[in-house]
Ligand binder design. Structure first.
Ligand SMILES: [Zn+2]
Length: 218
């Protein structure tokens, strides 16, 4: 697995400090279990938090948000964090360990609901502030054109999709915000399965998906 799109420092710091919503923690932990590079960066943030904070305090700086974040990192996670260490997947398994723990099994345990045009989703239980879902996009199909009121993290588990920001394959994470208007399209060959978390409802452009939104919680 060659991962091209990684987590930002901001997300890794939030994860280390325990300030992300649970749904974002799940996506971050799932990427970390697939990505040696980001896992090394996450461990560096865990280790650096305390020493940076110590250095800043001897400089007698005013309390600011960076210092507050470092203080939280030094204190350890405030919220329950999913297990982000890699665990050997059995042959044929798709979901990394943090996701299996959430779903209570692998792909076969997912209860999909259709959201139109062959696209299916399964909302996962997650705490307040953000929603986590699994998305199933048939090969060659597009997710309806949408933008965001908040942030959306999308982690590819199987297959690949392309949108205005590039190509995203297994292990890649796309970080979209309010500025992004995108139409992810699954590549031909096999269905694309993603784990996504949003901290605000998606905003679809066409009328029908908008009417359906309250029913499907998308
Ligand atoms: Zn990474």
């Amino acid at each position: 697995m060659t991962i091209q799109h990684h987590l930002t420092d901001e997300l890794l710091m939030g994860y280390a400090a325990g300030t992300l919503p649970e749904a974002f923690n799940l996506v971050v932990a799932t990427h970390l279990s697939l990505c040696d590079e980001c896992r090394a960066r996450a461990e560096a943030f865990d280790a650096l938090g305390g020493s940076l904070l110590g250095a800043m305090e001897t400089a007698d700086l005013a309390e600011d948000s960076l210092q507050a974040t470092l203080r939280r990192i030094a204190a350890g996670p405030q919220t329950a964090r999913p297990q982000d260490r890699p665990r050997t997947r059995k042959p044929g398994e798709l979901f990394p360990a943090p996701l299996q723990d959430y779903v209570g099994g692998d792909l076969a345990a997912v209860r999909w609901r259709p959201v139109g045009m062959g696209v299916r989703q399964a909302i996962l239980r997650s705490g307040p502030g953000a929603t986590a879902r699994l998305l199933y996009i048939p090969a060659g199909s597009a997710v309806p054109d949408h933008s965001h009121r908040g942030r959306e993290l999308t982690l590819v588990l199987q297959g690949a999709f392309q949108d205005e920001d590039g190509r995203f394959g297994p292990g890649d994470i796309e970080i979209a915000d309010q500025a992004v208007q995108h139409t992810p399209t699954a590549e031909p060959g096999q269905p694309c399965i993603c784990l996504a978390a949003t901290d605000a409802p998606l905003r679809f452009r066409s009328l029908i998906p908008r009417l359906a939104q309250p029913f499907f919680r998308i």
